[in-house]
Design a protein around this ligand. Structure first.
Ligand SMILES: Cc1cc2nc3c(=O)[nH]c(=O)nc-3n(C[C@H](O)[C@H](O)[C@H](O)COP(=O)(O)O)c2cc1C
Length: 352
């Protein structure tokens, strides 16, 4: 397995923490991971499922989601936590080769129809913006036994494909921290790994290379999922949403407007960016460099799936300087997502 690369460039992290004991090894992992996050200057919030008394049982009332009814308030609050996060990190033990019932119930109840996915025969598709996901899971069993028995591959398919693949995931890594509790050297290495993962500029990229005898990283590419738009977006709306996302410095929001394979051509990038994952990754630094972004659209014209616009963008460049330039753009959409968006502007403005 290759090295982890999830949660790249994330700013605000939701940590879903699942353990009933305040003095568990999992709690120490959480402490190390959040210490690392603090060192890296990122913000985070913890959904401590046991401590907060989350009810993991999917009740009869939860079925309202399939009739378009409102979810219980508590679930709406959990969904709001997910919505404001740029990346989701789950810290949990592995119990009976799966998530504890508490964590399973959090997915059962919070990842609802009409919010996370559309209930349909065709299981492809998510309504959520794309976000990176990282699972840190402790296991009693060894890396060797997981490999020999095919458990690592099974967890890859079940967690990364079956659960995360359904729900607006750009990248995901499941990190199995083995031999938990059996040897001090191993558990110490896991704590170091958690801290380095939190402290890495990109959450996991600067983590030490995991020792394959103690840590299994599951992150090989999975087949791309189709992302569906809850409301069909025409090309004019796409242009306005694209500009709004720039003003909000919401790079994930920009990326999620694009179809898988949607092409984004912009003078800021040397090559066309293809699809939400590429856009989310490659455009992040451009968004990060700007502050006080304003966009005025002088003109937006077009009907249906093709529109053109002219406007002006101003922004402060963090670290010094300012941008002020006029632009034109052409957007094409299909099935409510951008299939091609091309921006034109004079790049000499960027040198000012
Ligand atoms: C109910 C239960 C089921 C478990 N099932 C598994 C399992 O299927 N595979 C495994 O490797 N470890 C299993 N374990 C061991 C835990 O994964 C291990 O004790 C835990 O990761 C240690 O971390 P903690 O001290 O934070 O709980 C299980 C533990 C419990 C309590």
């Amino acid at each position: 397995m290759s090295e982890p690369s999830a949660v790249r460039g994330a700013e605000h992290i939701l940590i879903v923490f699942c353990h009933p004991l305040a003095d568990s090894f999992g709690a120490r992992l959480l402490e190390e991971y959040t210490t690392g996050l603090t060192e890296s200057g990122r913000s985070y919030e913890v959904a401590d499922l046991y401590a907060e008394g989350f009810d993991p049982v999917f009740h009869a009332a939860d079925y309202v989601q399939f009739e378009g009814g409102p979810l219980p308030q508590r679930l709406l609050e959990e969904q709001a936590r997910v919505e404001r996060a740029d990346a989701i990190v789950v810290i949990s033990p592995l119990w009976w080769l799966g998530t504890p019932a508490m964590l399973k119930g959090w997915f059962d109840r919070v990842w609802s129809n009409g919010w996370a996915y559309e209930f349909a025969n065709d299981p492809e598709g998510s309504l959520l913006p794309l976000r990176p996901y990282l699972f840190l899971m402790t296991t009693g069993g060894s890396a060797g036994s997981f490999d020999r028995r095919g458990y690592a591959d099974a967890l890859d398919a079940l967690i990364r494909g079956g659960i995360l693949g359904w729900c607006g995931v750009s990248e995901s890594s499941v990190v199995l921290l083995h031999d938990t509790g059996f040897d001090v050297e191993t558990t110490g290495a896991h704590l170091d790994f958690a801290r380095a993962t939190g402290a890495g500029a990109t959450v996991v990229d600067r983590a030490p290379s995991p020792d394959p005898a103690r840590i299994t990283v599951l992150n090989r590419p999975l087949p791309a999922r189709t992302r569906r738009s809850p409301t069909a977006m025409d090309a004019q709306t796409a242009i306005r949403s694209y500009c709004d996302a720039w003003v909000a410095k919401d790079n994930a929001g920009i990326a999620q407007l694009f179809a898988e394979g949607g092409v984004f051509v912009d003078p800021l990038h040397e090559r066309p960016l293809i699809g939400p994952d590429d856009i989310s990754r490659t455009n992040q630094s451009a968004v990060d460099e700007l502050d006080d972004v304003h966009i005025e659209l002088f003109m937006v014209r077009g009907a249906g799936d093709c529109a053109v616009a002219e406007g002006r963008m101003t922004a402060k460049v963090i670290g010094g300087g300012a941008l002020d330039f006029e632009f034109a753009m052409v957007a094409e959409t299909a099935n409510g997502l951008i299939t091609r968006l091309t921006e034109y502007f004079d790049t000499s403005a960027l040198q000012s």
